[in-house]
Design a protein around this ligand. Sequence first.
Ligand code: GUN
Ligand code: ZN
Length: 435
Amino acid sequence: MQATTDSHAYRASLLWFPDTNSDQIHFEADGLLVTTRGSDGVSRITAIGDYRALQAAHAHLPTTDWRGYWIAPGFVDTHIHYAQTDVIGSPADGLLPWLNDYTFPQETRFADPAHAQSVAAFFLDELMRHGVTTALTFATAHSVSVDAFFNEAQARQLRMISGRVLQDRHSPDGLRDSSAAQSLYETEALIQRWHGVGRLGYAITPRFAPTSSEAQLRGAGELAQAHADVWVQTHVAENADEIRWVAELFPHSRSYLGVYEDMGLLRARSMYAHCLHLDASDRDLMAERGASAAVCPTSNLFLDSGFFDFTLAQSHRLKHGLASDVGGGTSFSPFHTMHAAYTVARQSVGKSGHSLSANHVWWLHTAGASHALGLDGVCGNLNPGCEADFIVLNPNATPLLARRTATANSLEEQLFAMVVLGDDRLIKQVVINGR
Ligand code: GUN
Ligand code: ZN
């Protein structure tokens, strides 16, 4: 029977968000998760719940017994640079010297397809090792860097989004586009080649306003309007020197965010990294347009850029999800990012002595991140219909975690200890597309 060969059951503790739009976690201590592969080759979750309630109907299925471990949604990273894998941990005075001294020279190397391929392979394996199953990642200003990345993602059957970086000024030789027209032509060709192949998605990727001419940004905006289901990704309002520079380069725009609005780049499925120094009008405009913020706390601490204001993001209904921003960010680990988000949120939420809950930061890196990407019900959760990308956690992975787990009095306490103490050692297994 088709169902017996294409379906699989897993017995474990289960953690997920029954309502994708809420950070309320459901925890099933003894649960059953069932996956079924569709005719499109994608494995999806078909049942989830209490083992005793579901067991009889699924007793005929091959079943993996992971009792003692937790199955949870794969993490979703809303902003990362695969080509900055070798930049991580490069200290600098701030964003602009860090870009010039370390980042641009490394990215120049991605004109070489063999280099791009080997870094893409390492990067994807490293993401998976850390439990990240979907990411929105920058490639570099070379089409071959996108081809290399998507080839490697496809070989692993991953749901990944990426795009060729657009930068036609204020960039070094080897990384500067020869013309806006050529870069846009290549972008269109890459959309046709990759968007919707398997579980891959394309993102139109102007680096940030200072490194694009007005013609390039306008052209990117036109592509963004022509391809509504393609993503847009860029950076905004990260650093004081950067913001001053944008004001000089684009004196007619209302704000830094206003430059992107003026160029037609603010829309649903657009992801703006950082969003640290926005004003009320900027936040309202993003919410109105359905744009999202990628919150990068380890990067913002490392480069001394500032603090994301979680309170204002929430009150202005600005969608946001967590991101590592490697290589400005200091870790591939979602646990390190969630911990840093908690620390940073003390500056806004935590003025009254507390910060974000463990549930909330976990949601911001799974179902909430998917929501920010417009992928609700597709990834970052375990509701029926979601794709079968999930992780298996060991709450006793280290001596200290085992000791702390034994004394946790509630799920919230347990999750909080994982957020603070966790890293790749917690990830026992990663299941991608049901495998
Ligand atoms: N702004 C423009 N490019 C970059 C980048 O690569 N990293 C970060 N953090 N900010 C940027
Ligand atoms: Zn970035």
